[in-house]
Design a protein around this ligand. Structure first.
Ligand code: HEC
Length: 158
């Protein structure tokens, strides 16, 4: 999916037409990479305590678990629109990114993994909201983390 940030520029009172097309392109890639990395870090911040609770590293608190599971389900939609064309490794933009070039050759699989994360985090949030047992939540959290790992194993260079 290709995303432009022109509506954002316009809403800030800036005219994209004043910028040369080369600098608009550079700005988009720069902002997109920064945005998606930030969104992924926010996602990880919510995932951490959920993982710690299911592993017994911190005490399980049903209310906190449900709050974070719902946060994660909302966040799981966010990073993906910023994997724009020209923003991967080897795309000659000079910005540090762990997004491997092979994403471009496997767009369908990359998108399907995003959808799986959205679905599995929705399920986790729903289960927590419905007062599921700890063991069930632990299993579902395992599925969520496997979804993170599966994508990283294929598409994140770290
Ligand atoms: C669809 C694939 C995919 C899924 C699913 C996914 N990630 Fe990632 N993740 C990536 C890619 C690609 C990068 C590298 C992004 C970059 O550097 O531009 C990344 C980077 C990150 C980073 C580093 C951000 C930074 O630059 O500081 C964190 C943290 C992260 N992911 C956490 C998670 C967590 C937690 C989950 C699951 C809840 C998850 N990711 C699920 C693909 C995915």
């Amino acid at each position: 999916m290709t995303v432009t940030f022109r509506p954002l520029l316009t809403s800030l009172g800036l005219s994209a037409a004043l910028l040369s097309s080369a600098s608009v392109q550079a700005l988009e890639v720069d902002k997109a990479i920064e945005y998606r990395q930030s969104a992924l870090r926010v996602m990880a911040f919510q995932t951490g305590p959920l993982g710690d609770m299911v592993q017994g590293d911190i005490d399980y608190d049903a209310e906190d678990f449900a709050l974070r599971a719902n946060n994660l389900a909302s966040l799981a939609h966010l990073p993906w629109e910023a994997f724009i064309e020209g923003s991967l490794q080897n795309d000659d933009h000079g910005i540090a990114t762990e997004a491997m070039a092979v994403i471009a050759d496997n767009r369908d699989d990359f998108i399907s993994r995003q959808e799986t994360l959205v679905d599995e985090t929705d399920t986790l949030a729903q289960m927590a909201n419905d007062g599921a047992e700890f063991d069930e939540l632990r299993r579902q959290m395992g599925t969520v983390v496997d979804t993170c790992r599966g994508c990283h194993d294929n598409y994140r260079d770290n």
